[in-house]
Design a protein around this ligand. Structure first.
Ligand code: COA
Ligand code: AMP
Length: 634
């Protein structure tokens, strides 16, 4: 089939407002949009400024009203517990109304912020939708983050309520959430009025009288009563959620997503990029704590009337490298979306695809990979094993949906390995040099998107318009800076090569090395430090810390290293995967005192590097090289 990509991109490009006006017709509005875009509102303009809607209504009620009530909406499959459960659209609606009533009774209404700190269980998704039903703003915090990260988020969004569970389940380990939450609330300046706690069988959490409420007791009471809760009309421009993501400092950035533009964009992507139809099963094997979970476990599939899967497990070890294939065949998954690292893990454990052969995957259509660079070897392996198109696509928390993709729904374009393919309609992607001038084809530069960003992208950071302007819009006026470096070839295929800031991608998780440096510097024996991302065969990158100790420190170096590893784990969380630490005599710097992290990274990864002209003392790089070699790097 001839791809409709070029014609669709040209249509968008010729008249973006007409393009999005047409797409907006697929959403149910309580008040239809007259104006499509107001360039004078917000930081760079706002989409559908006069429309009213409700996201939960579009995800649930509308399908039930249209006769889809008996279709499966959510499948919960947990190899961690052995549980398998499914909920129809009508059942999810009932659960969401019960949760919405329970949280309304705790004082939650339109505009209030609710933190959701939960593992991959259906109650987490019901809680997100319940917030959206009431017009409340949810902020989901990934379970792998520890108390300090949680406290930062509670403070930043001034959460009135925290919804949590007694525990998460990691292979070989039960993660008790409640002590982490209690500690976070102790640390936070702002105190949430209530915590709604879902008790799991694996671990019961003690509740604080007055503040903590048992989730199931509160929700079941409403479920029994069958209380109906109307969807609260919100402006299309009102916030649906805040999702914190790593910035260059320890203070995470609260990406704000609105209601209207978000729905218009996501429903467009389900059909035109992911190529799935209502009624089909779409599985994003990610976590609701990440943007992929927000867009493609919860909102995208439900808006489109798909069945989505909440998977509580890992690609390997729960129980084996065949788990993904079991889920795909058992639940008739048409499209799977995951991170390349998951495939590297599966390939490592099952290089010849013996597990693949055990399952009937004949109805499976497409594999999508994103979150980090997909190395061609992994893609080719997946293509050989699965015999379906493997689509690498590029986006970030800020955009909420793909910026570059090979659009299966519009018709697949030729594949170029190592490239997430072409700009998606909505995005005019350019590559600029550091002075802001466009560079030619195949030339590395800063990847930017021409403003305005399309519907569904971040509208700002929570309560921090100025930070949004200065970190994303100021450096290249008229453009959004993605902070990725890359190049575009003559056919418009984009190649994303690296970040231009100190964000690293570890096992598909976005982490800030700056935040890790801040934690290392808290240790009383540390004089200064640098954390860089170094190449890792499985996880893509892992953090590596270089510590200079204070002069008078005589304590055992191994003990200090252990303390620092634990400090990062306790402050940021296990997800930081901070395990590689070296104590060095000095750090390489420029004459003006800037640590040469980029050069250190090249040495660590065994890449060619040039002696920086501004280096203060070249001998220090030899010392760093020796340390890295001693640890098996470089
Ligand atoms: N709650 C608590 N802890 C968590 C957690 C969660 N939700 N998720 C991860 N962790 C912990 C892990 O248990 C691990 O702890 P450990 O140091 O005690 O072993 C640590 O955080 C690091 O986790 P991770 O980097 O994910 O490594 P892993 O060895 O547990 O798993 C992979 C490796 C590749 C199997 C796994 O990272 C994976 O499935 N990645 C896909 C990521 C993904 O889906 N990203 C979303 C974008 S699409
Ligand atoms: P996150 O906000 O966690 O989704 O991380 C976004 C970042 O991950 C991007 O800015 C890129 O650096 C990286 N990334 C995501 N998808 C891809 C991809 N397909 N190829 C290369 N890098 C990617």
């Amino acid at each position: 089939m001839q791809s409709r990509y070029h014609e669709t991109y040209a249509q968008w490009s010729a008249d973006p407002e007409a393009f999005w006006r047409k797409e907006a017709e697929k959403i149910r509005w309580f008040r239809k949009p007259d104006a499509i875009f107001d360039g004078s509102a917000g930081v760079y303009g706002r989409w559908f400024p006069d429309a009213e809607t409700n996201t939960c209504y579009n995800c649930l009620d509308r399908h039930v009203e249209a006769g889809r009530g008996d279709q499966k909406a959510v499948i919960y499959d947990s190899p961690m517990t052995g549980a398998k459960q499914s909920f129809t659209y009508a059942e999810v609606l009932k659960e969401v109304e019960a949760v919405a009533t329970a949280i309304a009774a705790l004082g939650i209404g339109k505009g209030d912020r609710v933190i959701i700190y939960m593992p991959m269980i259906p109650q987490a998704v019901f809680s997100m939708l319940a917030c959206s039903r009431l017009g409340a703003v949810h902020s989901v915090v990934f379970g792998g983050f520890a108390a300090h990260e949680l406290a930062t988020r509670i403070d930043d969004c001034a959460a009135k309520l925290v919804i949590t569970a007694s525990c998460g389940l990691e292979p070989g380990r039960t993660v008790a959430y409640k002590p982490l939450l209690d500690h976070a609330i102790d640390m936070a300046q702002h105190k949430p009025a209530h915590c709604l706690v879902y008790q799991r069988d694996q671990l019961h959490a003690p509740l604080h009288a007055g503040r903590d409420v048992d989730f199931e007791t509160a929700v079941d009471a409403e479920r029994q009563k069958g209380t109906r809760v109307p969807c609260v009309p919100v402006l299309a421009t009102d916030p649906l959620y805040v999702l914190y993501t790593s910035g260059t400092t320890g203070q995470p950035k609260g990406v704000v997503r609105d209601n209207g533009g978000h729905m218009v964009a996501l429903q467009w992507t389900m059909r035109n990029l992911y190529g799935v139809n209502p009624g089909e099963v779409f599985w994003a094997a990610s976590d609701i704590g990440w943007v992929v979970g927000h867009s493609y476990i919860v909102y995208g599939p439900l808006l489109t009337g798909n069945t989505t899967i909440i998977f509580e497990g890992k690609p390997v070890g729960t129980p084996d490298a065949g788990t993904f294939w079991r889920v795909v065949s058992e639940h008739d998954v048409k499209a799977l979306f995951t991170a390349p690292t998951a495939f590297r893990a599966i390939r490592r454990d099952d290089p010849d695809g013996e597990f693949v052969a055990k399952y009937d995957l004949s109805r499976f259509r497409t594999l999508f990979l994103a979150g980090e660079r997909a190395d061609p070897e992994t893609i080719k392996w997946a293509e050989r094993m699965l015999n379906v198109p493997v689509i690498d696509h590029w986006w970030q928390t800020e955009t909420g949906w793909p910026m570059a993709c090979n659009p299966i729904g519009l018709g697949q374009l030729p594949v170029k390995y190592g490239s997430p393919s072409v700009a998606v309609p909505g995005y005019k992607i350019e590559v600029l040099d550091d002075e802001g001038h466009p560079v030619g084809p195949d030339t590395l530069g800063n990847v930017v998107v021409k403003l305005p960003l399309p519907p569904g992208c971040l509208v700002s950071f929570w309560n921090a318009d100025e930070r949004f302007r200065s970190s994303c819009l100021a450096e290249f006026p008229g453009y959004y800076k993605t902070a990725d470096a890359g190049y575009m070839d003559k056919d418009g295929y984009l190649f994303i090569m690296a970040r231009t800031d100190d964000i690293i991608n570890c096992a598909g998780h976005r982490l800030s090395t700056g935040a890790m440096e801040e934690v290392c510097a808290m240790h009383p024996d540390v004089a200064e430090c640098a954390v860089i991302g170094i190449a890792d065969e499985l996880k893509g990158q892992i953090p590596c810390g270089f510590l200079v100790l204070k002069n008078k420190v005589t304590r055992d170096a191994a003990l200090i290293k252990k303390e620092i590893v634990n400090l990062v784990r306790d402050e940021i969380g296990p997800v930081a995967a901070f395990k590689t630490v070296m104590i060095v005599e000095r750090l390489p710097k420029t004459r003006s005192g800037k640590i040469l992290r980029g050069t250190m990274q090249k040495i660590a990864d065994g890449l060619p590097w040039k002696m920086p002209a501004t280096i203060d003392d070249p001998a220090i790089l030899d010392e760093i090289t020796e340390h890295l070699k001693a640890h098996g790097h470089g």
